[in-house]
Design a protein around this ligand. Structure first.
Ligand SMILES: *[C@@H]1O[C@H](CO)[C@@H](O)[C@H](O)[C@H]1NC(C)=O
Ligand SMILES: *[C@@H]1O[C@H](CO)[C@@H](O)[C@H](O)[C@H]1NC(C)=O
Length: 435
């Protein structure tokens, strides 16, 4: 979102147009500048009628439609361009940025008028956070065929994501997060936008239905954020290009294995599937994704023994592994000692808290180890004559052992202090859950 510098842009335009003027006007003293296409001017006028500055915002203060005013030169947020193939005699609006985007600006209110789709040369449409409500004009994708960037996050948009937002050959970023949108994700969003790289739909609450299987084939996707919606069904295999995926706090379910054993994910750095209803094992292959840095799977229904892939090397970049609040059992793998932060708490783990983890904490590699609220029966003592680094947090309270003091000093507020788990829960084994 860095619009070209306007003065430079106009100079560029003049140089571009100079031959035309020399040809058209024999008298060189006063070449008139091109004006905005009347249809675009009308659309801007209509937009101005439909939207308003919220108290404290003054975005529209220089939008003056009196005769002789020239929106391309004077209206904040309006950038025009010239395309001799489309409109040989006029400029058209190519970038429209509504609102100032300043952190202390309350933004705009009102609704997006359908006439916004009359600005057919638009490549970028940005509405900064505010209180713009109502639907996204359904025709938007049928008419704004040159859209590269559409960003209307943090407003109060209602209704569906228009299915017209497909077949847009240049669309690279669609950001409609933090609104009140509802309904399904149009499959064509993934299958028919060949250049879509960034898809931000988080925190709408009402986006529902399944994540279409077309998601797997969106070959250029880099960053997808679907957090805090109402999506259901399984997670299809993510496309190989992906670096960032959050689908946290939805109602996705089923096993994770199909999504993480079928396709290579050589670039995936961030994966957040917390707060869903995924079940079955944590696929061992997930720990070997070469670029994985954050793996967040807490608050699901994952079970079985936690394992890393025996042959493949562990990702060397793991900084956070959070698998807390599941139903995982057995002893967790030693190999995870290389993680920067390891959250195992609130599972059904048994056996000894691996010595490698304790060594990693004392050597300063691992900074957080949460093992509380499990069924561990032992924890090895810290390495001799070393002090725990001041920044480290280690917690192993509420297990099937009396935790030594070093294993409770780093417990978060609310963890059950130095208490062991009641003996009757431990005698029946890890089956007696306590969540
Ligand atoms: C938008 O375009 C349609 C059809 O081309 C036209 O009927 C309508 O008046 C235009 N609206 C505005 C506000 O310019
Ligand atoms: C959790 O997973 C188990 C099987 O692993 C299944 O029987 C149970 O129904 C699941 N619970 C929920 C709430 O999904």
């Amino acid at each position: 979102m860095s619009p070209p510098q306007q003065p430079f842009f106009l100079l560029h335009l003049l140089l571009l147009l100079l031959p035309h003027y020399l040809f058209l006007f024999s008298s060189p003293q006063s070449p008139p500048l091109l004006q905005l296409l009347p249809a675009d001017r009308e659309a801007l006028f209509d937009i101005r009628q439909s939207l308003h500055d919220l108290p404290g915002s003054s975005f529209f203060s220089n939008w003056d439609f009196s005769s002789g005013s020239e929106p391309c030169n004077t209206f904040t947020g309006v950038i025009c361009s010239y395309d001799s193939d489309e409109e040989p005699n006029f400029l058209q609006v190519s970038t429209l940025t509504l609102g100032t985007g300043l952190v202390d600006s309350p933004g705009l209110g009102g609704t997006l008028p359908p006439s916004i789709t009359n600005l057919t040369a638009l490549t970028e449409l940005v509405v900064y956070p505010g209180r713009v409500s109502g639907p996204i004009p359904a025709e938007i994708g049928f008419r704004l065929l040159r859209l590269r960037l559409l960003s209307i996050s943090g407003n109060r948009l209602l209704g569906p994501i228009p299915s017209s937002l497909s077949n847009l050959p240049d669309l690279h970023t669609l950001d409609l997060g933090q609104n009140h949108l509802q309904g399904p994700l149009p499959p064509s969003l993934f299958s028919s936008n060949p250049n879509l790289k960034v898809l931000l739909l988080a925190s709408n609450g009402g986006l529902c239905g399944s994540l279409p299987h077309e998601f797997s084939d969106a070959a250029k996707l880099l960053h997808v954020d679907l957090r805090s919606n109402s999506l259901t069904g399984p997670l299809p295999p993510p496309p190989a290009s992906l670096r960032f995926l959050s689908a946290a706090f939805n109602s996705l379910s089923g096993p994770l294995s199909p999504a993480f054993t079928t396709s290579p994910l050589p670039n995936l750095e961030f994966l957040d599937l917390s707060g869903n209803a995924f079940s079955g094992e944590v696929p061992p292959a997930i720990f070997s994704l070469p670029e994985l840095s954050s793996l967040l799977l807490s608050r699901n229904n994952l079970s079985g023994q936690l394992m890393v892939a025996p042959q493949a090397p562990l990702s060397s970049s793991l900084s956070v592994v959070d698998i807390s609040h599941n139903m995982l059992s057995g002893q967790p793998p030693e190999a995870l000692a290389t993680a920067g932060s390891l959250y195992l708490n609130d599972n059904h783990f048994t056996g000894t808290v691996p010595t490698e983890y304790i060594n990693s904490i004392y050597s300063g590699t691992m900074t957080t180890l949460y093992a509380q609220n499990n069924f561990f029966t032992d924890i090895s003592p810290p390495p001799p004559s070393t002090a725990i680094p001041a920044s480290a947090s280690l917690c192993a309270s509420y297990n099937c052992m009396v935790p030594p003091p070093f294993a409770t000093a780093g417990c978060p507020a609310g963890a059950r202090g130095e208490l062991p788990r009641p003996a009757d829960q431990c005698s029946i084994g890890a089956g007696g859950g306590d969540d």
